[in-house]
Write a protein that binds this ligand. Structure first.
Ligand SMILES: [Fe+2]
Ligand SMILES: [Fe+2]
Length: 467
């Protein structure tokens, strides 16, 4: 990230400079408000850390300039002390209205600054969002870059008895209204008011995405075994969870809390497919690409891979965790491909496009290899999920005995998911189609095809006859 610092206190300037350097960001230092303005004019910064005591253009003048000329720029406003802050004529709400993204009062800790810079990686932070008395935010507009926000469908589960983080509605490009403060006890009522006004999406700051992932995951682990919760609710929540999970990985990289979330998710999916009623619902549904879920493919591959594991005697908890993690990450190498190829159906590609596309398993391994948190089985899955038992796969044309067993599971789930989405069939109909597809079925291990079909047993009489 490119960061600009305008700091009047030398001791704090050194402290912040050292910290930003140690985090590997690039930093410019402005000697005055005027200097900050001219640097912002000349260079594209991601974040400005602006001391409120900045002189020779005051901090407010700089803020005004940013709001007029560069409203996307994130501004962290720092204050010399609590007393100084309290004696100002403005409160936090007004400063946010003027364009400040975050407020830090000295002495603050570097981890607080880190949270402002990168987002909080303490995913369970929402549990500590204590109830505060209801605060009614004034419905004022604020300018903030669309890039800073993550959207969720308005009917998505968001609040317990109080808001777990600040929630906004979007009123135009880079324009938002904060409708709930973290801790607000009127959360449910206020969201309903906006739902009644036909607001389709709520927004939260992307830095809260980790908290959202953990919140949904914890919620899922509570509801998965409950029969009074509709399977459709469980599926929608899981789709949401997977979507934000993959988005977090693709944009912010892999961190330990995400690995832990992946493990919890694998248990949640496993729990879901244990229930005949829930599984039955999933297998009969027509699942189509939906603009609200960017990573539907990963969600489905995780489910079908887990269904195969369910009938596999040797698949224990660890194995299922690796399979789900591998399923969620199997196509990560595609982020290195040109944009137009990432979501394109490989059967529609030109020879040149196909050559590029075939590199994605290897590119995925290159991305993941340096990350010590990624276990070896996940790497193998990513690298080999397009290998085929008859040696017709890629990138290494491995044959049956050479292919890593868990990569075969994810590879089969991946093929099955693509077939389903391409033909616009339900999973049950896709299985019939697949079992009759003599050309492709030999690319997969017969035993695993049988296990996939077994997972559908009790749900489809045709499959029972066929196997
Ligand atoms: Fe792939
Ligand atoms: Fe895939």
């Amino acid at each position: 990230m490119n960061i600009l610092l305008s700091e009047t206190n030398d001791e704090w300037a050194d402290k912040i400079k050292n910290f930003i350097g140690s985090e590997g960001h690039s930093l410019d230092v402005a000697i005055s408000g005027r200097d900050a303005q001219s640097r912002i004019y000349k260079r594209n910064y991601d974040i400005v850390i602006l001391d409120f005591s900045t002189t020779n253009h005051s901090a407010l003048e700089v803020l005004r300039y940013i709001r007029m000329h560069n409203p996307h720029l994130k501004v962290i406003l720092t204050f010399s002390s609590k007393q100084f802050f309290d004696e100002l004529d403005f409160d936090e709400t007004e400063l946010v209205k003027m364009g400040a993204s975050d407020i830090l009062i000295k002495p603050f800790e570097m981890r607080q600054l880190k949270r402002c810079l990168l987002g909080d990686i303490q995913f369970d932070r929402w549990k500590k969002a204590t109830e505060t008395r209801a605060r009614t935010p004034e419905a004022h507009e604020m300018y903030a870059s669309d890039n800073e926000f993550t959207r969720i469908k308005a009917d998505g589960a968001l609040v317990i008895n109080h808001a777990i983080f600040d929630i906004y509605v979007r009123v135009g490009k880079d324009r938002y209204i904060k409708i709930l403060y973290e801790g607000d006890t009127l959360a449910q009522n206020r969201l309903q008011e906006y739902q009644a006004k036909k607001v389709e999406f709520f927004y939260f700051k992307t830095r809260d995405r980790g908290a959202y992932i953990n919140f949904i995951n914890v919620l899922l682990s509570k509801v998965m075994s409950k029969i009074n919760i509709a399977p459709s609710t469980k599926v929608e929540l899981t789709k949401n969870m997977v979507d934000k999970f993959v988005e977090e990985i693709y944009t912010n990289g892999i961190k330990q809390p995400l690995i832990d979330e992946g493990k919890m998710l694998s248990q949640n999916i496993y729990q879901f497919i244990q229930s005949d009623r829930d599984l039955d619902y999933l297998l009969k549904q027509h699942v189509e690409q939906d603009a609200n879920f960017k990573y539907l493919h990963m969600f489905l591959v995780s489910f079908f891979a887990t269904i195969i594991c369910k009938s596999t005697e040797w698949a224990r908890t660890r194995t299922i965790e690796s399979v789900v993690m591998g399923a969620l990450l199997h196509d990560i190498g595609k982020i290195k491909l040109p944009q137009e190829l990432r979501l394109m159906d490989s059967t529609l590609m030109t020879t040149e496009q196909l050559d590029l596309y075939k590199q994605h398993p290897h590119l995925g391994c290159i991305l993941l290899q340096p990350i010590s948190l990624i276990p070896e089985p996940v790497l193998q899955i990513v690298g080999q999920h397009h290998e085929a038992c008859d040696g017709s796969g890629f990138p290494a044309q491995l044959t049956s005995t050479k292919i890593y067993p868990l990569a075969k599971i994810v590879g089969l789930a991946d093929h099955f998911t693509n077939l389903m989405l391409r033909e616009k069939l339900s999973p049950q109909e896709s299985l019939r189609f697949f079992l009759n597809d003599r050309k492709n079925i030999h690319r997969f291990e017969a035993d695993l095809v049988l296990k996939l079909a077994h997972g559908f047993l009790g749900h489809d009489k045709f499959v029972q006859q066929k196997i």
